[in-house]
Design a protein around this ligand. Structure first.
Ligand SMILES: Cc1cc2nc3c(=O)[nH]c(=O)nc-3n(C[C@H](O)[C@H](O)[C@H](O)COP(=O)(O)OP(=O)(O)OC[C@H]3O[C@@H](n4cnc5c(N)ncnc54)[C@H](O)[C@@H]3O)c2cc1C
Length: 418
């Protein structure tokens, strides 16, 4: 995106890319379909340690409607909306069309693409820049860095760009994996079956099960909420709702963060975030009403709303036999069960890290660049954009919206005549 906008200026533009074909995160995004944009932008759900007004200005610099028109018009890629999630995808449902369309546009604007070339060094040189690359040195009047963060390093982003930027004197906020699955040492089990050892914990029994939930994460005196899909994995939890709050859990494990001190003050010695889940949209009162009326199996009542395996696991956790009927449910049992259904504390012990993180939190502080042109405040002729900057958004196309908007601004900034 940055190259294709830089290519509109008078100077020749070279796109230097370490992989053999580029845009590999686009290819694996949205399960190979590329959730290219959201249908509604939610700046308030972005996470940054930099001044929030700078993040909002950079995000809104290219309005969503204009971004959509760009893809449909200039790239020639019709988009379609997934109505239940509000996510936009290419109508072809092929992420490759997005990557190929962007490359083709850059080439139409005269950009020379140099694949398989790693940038290893970057230094001011007279009026411009000298780049060290695996294919030898390059000279450039202006440089746009769009090297991403640290997530899924197999796609080409291993943090080299962040290290080069830091070495040039830019403040880089502590990085951490964002939108990453959580792990747990103790997964829930349904009632022991005749085939399972009585009471033993079998981590994989709920694996693969998915359902919509409401999640709350409490940490450092604050509550962060998300609702949407939840997935039990073999190692813990994933799905959009989990990914959207995972950064709070990740940060609660980081030492040295300012929030860790706040957390110790607010929460006492266990400074890890607490993860609470409501397994459906039903309130405690609604569940109480259901469990008090008629004479049905408790598992049947729960099974009207929840997958059977989960219903049994929750009954087990509340110490209720699987054949208990509602008429025989004692008050203490009902209270325990309703608490599990609406505010169940999920045990978690870690996360899947950068290996599976969809984004990198932290990065170059936003006040290190001009919010309009994204030019470095330390070095003229250096422009920074995308995930390497200190901001990320929730699942749903927001991170591409950020990459597209800041990439365009940096490209235009680099192309402008002084
Ligand atoms: C599995 C997965 C699914 C995702 N799904 C979505 C989604 O559906 N919707 C959404 O909005 N977001 C999604 N994201 C997030 C989105 O992909 C990123 O936010 C976005 O790609 C960031 O763009 P970027 O250009 O800043 O960085 P990147 O996409 O990481 O690109 C950086 C590029 O720089 C190159 N590079 C790095 N260092 C060097 C170097 N030293 N020399 C030469 N080249 C270098 C890399 O090879 C790479 O091509 C997903 C991410 C992942 C991992």
């Amino acid at each position: 995106m940055a190259a294709s906008f830089a290519g509109r200026g008078p100077a020749p533009v070279v796109l230097v890319e370490r992989t053999a074909d580029g845009g590999r995160k686009i290819l694996i995004s949205g399960g190979g379909r590329c959730n290219i944009l959201p249908s509604t932008l939610a700046p308030e759900r972005f996470v940054t340690d930099s001044p929030a007004h700078l993040m909002r200005a950079m995000l809104r610099a290219w309005p969503l409607a204009a971004q959509r028109a760009f893809f449909e018009g200039e790239i020639g890629l019709p988009l379609t909306i997934e109505t239940d999630t509000g996510k936009l995808f290419p109508a072809s449902n092929r992420a490759r069309d997005v990557r190929d369309g962007l490359l083709a546009l850059a080439r139409r604007h005269g950009v020379t693409v140099q694949f398989g070339t790693v940038v290893t060094g970057l230094a001011p040189n007279g009026d411009g820049w000298r780049l060290e690359t695996s294919a030898g040195p390059l000279r450039a009047g202006r440089v746009v860095m769009a090297t991403g963060g640290l997530s899924v390093p197999a796609t080409g982003s291993d943090g080299t760009g962040l290290a080069l930027t830091a070495a040039l004197g830019h403040r880089v906020h502590q990085t951490y994996p964002g939108l990453t699955p959580l792990t747990t040492a103790a997964l829930r089990t349904p009632h022991p079956t005749p085939h399972s050892a009585s009471g033993s914990r079998q981590p994989s029994l709920l694996a693969g099960l998915s359902l919509p939930v409401r999640l709350r994460v409490r940490w450092a005196g604050r509550t962060t909420e998300a609702h949407g899909g939840f997935l039990f994995t073999h190692r813990g939890y994933s799905g959009p709702a989990v990914l959207d709050v995972s950064h709070v859990c990740v940060r609660s494990l980081m030492t040295g963060a300012d929030e860790a001190a706040d957390a110790a003050a607010a929460d006492g010695p266990d400074t890890r975030a607490r993860l609470l889940v409501s397994w459906s949209d039903r309130t405690a009162q609604q569940w109480e009403r259901d469990l008090l009326s008629g004479d049905l199996g408790v598992a049947t009542v729960l099974g009207r709303v929840l997958p059977e395996r989960l219903a049994l696991a929750l009954m087990h956790a509340a110490s209720i036999p699987r054949d208990r009927r509602t008429s025989a449910l004692r008050r203490v049992e009902r209270t325990a069960l309703v608490a599990r259904l609406t505010s169940d504390e999920l045990p978690w012990s870690g996360h899947e890290g950068y290996k599976k993180a969809e984004v990198t939190g932290g990065g170059v502080a936003l006040d290190e660049v001009d919010p309009r042109t994204l030019e470095s405040r330390h070095h003229r002729g250096l422009f920074l954009c995308g995930e390497m900057l200190d901001a990320f958004g929730p699942i749903g196309g927001h991170n591409f919206a950020w990459a597209w908007s800041t990439g365009r601004a940096a490209g235009l900034g680099a192309a402008r005549r002084d």
